[in-house]
Design a protein around this ligand. Structure first.
Ligand code: G3H
Ligand code: 13P
Ligand code: ZN
Length: 361
C-alpha cells in the first residue's frame, strides 16, 4: 500500500472520532511489533523516527525497513513521520529520505534545549510548511514547551527538552496563540503543552487536573474544532510493566504516566495523534531482563528479542483498541502525496480557523 500522509490519516481519524498512536521506531524489532499489532487490529500506522533514531539506524536502513513493512503488510496504511524536527534541514532531509510527514518543533531552538520565541516558532514552522506542502508532505507544529507542572522542569531523560525551569504559562499552550500560529503557518496538526513530558518520570502521583491539564485540550478544541491535536509524552508507564522491569533486576523508582482514560478523553476533544515511545521501550526492556535473569546460559539474541517483540506487540495492540484505531485500516484508501500537494496548492487543505479569514504573511 502507498505511504499515507499524516494529514489524510488524521482527517480520517477526525471524521470517524478516533485517535492514532504514533510509535517511535529505531530497529527492525520495533517495526515488526507495531506491524503485527496493526495487522491483528486492522489499524492504520504512524511510524515515527526521532533524530536520534535516524542517527542510530541510518536513513537508508530506516527507509528500507519501512519499505519492507509496506511490502509485508500491504493492507495497512503507513505514515512515516519525523519526530521533533529541530530545523528546516532536518525536515528537508526527512522528506528526501521518504518521510510522508514531519514535525517542526519550533517550541525550542535548534539545540532542542533553549525555549524559542514565538516569532522564531512562527517563522521556522511556516518555512517548513511551505516546503513540505509543496510535495504533499504533512507538518506537525508545536506550541508551548513540554515539561512538568509539578517541577517546572523539561525532559532530561532523552536529551530533548529545555534546561532549567519554566513558568506555568510557558508550560501550557495558549489557545489564542494556537489560533494565530495555525492560521499563519497552516500546520496540519499541533502538538500542545499540557503537563506531559517525555520519558518514564512524568508524575510523582496519579495525575489530576493540577498536573495534567486536560482543560487545555478542551479550550483549544473549542477554539479550533477542526485542528488535529497531538499529545506528546503520552506513555502510560503501566504499573505491570514497571513491576516486570523491577522484578528482573531493574531499578525504576515508582512513577506515573498519562492514564489511558485521560487520553481517551483527549480523543473526544480533538486529540488525533498520541505519541508513545517510553511504554514500548519499557515493554521490551522488561522482557529482555526476564530472559537475561531466568536463562543465564542463553546467548542467542533471538531468544531475547522474540519475547521483547511480543511484549511490545501486546502494548501496541492494546493502544490501537483503546484509541479506536482498530478496524480503521481497511476503510482507508491512500491519497498519493502528489495529489495532496495539488490540494495544498489549491488551498483545499488550508486550516479552518473561525474569525481569521486569511493566513497572514
Ligand atoms: O522525543 C522523544 C522520543 O521518545 C524519542 O526519543 O530522541 O531518544 O529517540 P529519542
Ligand atoms: P513518551 O516518552 O511518553 O513515550 O513520549 C514520546 C514522545 O512524545 C515522542 O515524541
Ligand atoms: Zn515528543
Amino acid at each position: 500500500m502507498a505511504r499515507i500522509s499524516l494529514r489524510q490519516l488524521l482527517d480520517h481519524a477526525a471524521e470517524h472520532g478516533y485517535g492514532v498512536p504514533a510509535f517511535n521506531i529505531n530497529n527492525m524489532e520495533q517495526i515488526v511489533a507495531i506491524m503485527e499489532a496493526a495487522r491483528a487490529a486492522d489499524a492504520p500506522v504512524i511510524l515515527q523516527a526521532s533524530r536520534g533514531a535516524r542517527a542510530y539506524a541510518g536513513d537508508t536502513m530506516l527507509r528500507k525497513m519501512v519499505e519492507a513493512a509496506e511490502e509485508m503488510y500491504p493492507e495497512i496504511p503507513i505514515c512515516l513521520h519525523q519526530d521533533h524536527g529541530n530545523s528546516v534541514a532536518t525536515c528537508l532531509s526527512a522528506i528526501q529520505a521518504g518521510f510522508s510527514s514531519v514535525m517542526m518543533d519550533g517550541s525550542l531552538e535548534a539545540d532542542a534545549k533553549t525555549p524559542a520565541s514565538y516569532d522564531y516558532n512562527l517563522d521556522i514552522t511556516g518555512k517548513v510548511t511551505e516546503m513540505a506542502h509543496a510535495v504533499g508532505v504533512s507538518v506537525e507544529g508545536e506550541l508551548g514547551c513540554l515539561g512538568s507542572l509539578e517541577t517546572g522542569e523539561g525532559d532530561k531523560e532523552d536529551g530533548h527538552g529545555f534546561e532549567g525551569k519554566l513558568s506555568k504559562a510557558q508550560l501550557l499552550t495558549d489557545p489564542e496563540q494556537a489560533v494565530d500560529l495555525v492560521a499563519r503557518t497552516k500546520v496540519d496538526a499541533l502538538a500542545i503543552a499540557m503537563g506531559t513530558s517525555h520519558g518514564a518520570y512524568k508524575f510523582s502521583r496519579k495525575p489530576d487536573g493540577d498536573i495534567l491539564a486536560m482543560q487545555v485540550v478542551r479550550a483549544i478544541n473549542e477554539r479550533l474544532p477542526n485542528l488535529h491535536l497531538v499529545m506528546h509524552g503520552s506513555s502510560s508507564v503501566p504499573q505491570e510493566l514497571q513491576d516486570i522491569f523491577n522484578r528482573f533486576g531493574g531499578e525504576m523508582p515508582q512513577t506515573f504516566g498519562v492514564p489511558v482514560e485521560e487520553i481517551q478523553r483527549g480523543i473526544e476533544h480533538g486529540v488525533r495523534k498520541v505519541n508513545i515511545d517510553t511504554d514500548c521501550r519499557l515493554a521490551m526492556a522488561g522482557a529482555l531482563r526476564k530472559v537475561a535473569s531466568e536463562r543465564h546460559d542463553e546467548f542467542d539474541p533471538r531468544k531475547f528479542l522474540k519475547p521483547a517483540i511480543a511484549a511490545m506487540r501486546a502494548l501496541c495492540k492494546a493502544r490501537y483498541e483503546q484509541f479506536g484505531t482498530a478496524g480503521q485500516a481497511s476503510k482507508i484508501k491512500p491519497i498519493p502525496l502528489a495529489e495532496m500537494a495539488r490540494q495544498y496548492a489549491a488551498g483545499a487543505l488550508d486550516p479552518k480557523v473561525a474569525g481569521v479569514t486569511q493566513a497572514a504573511e
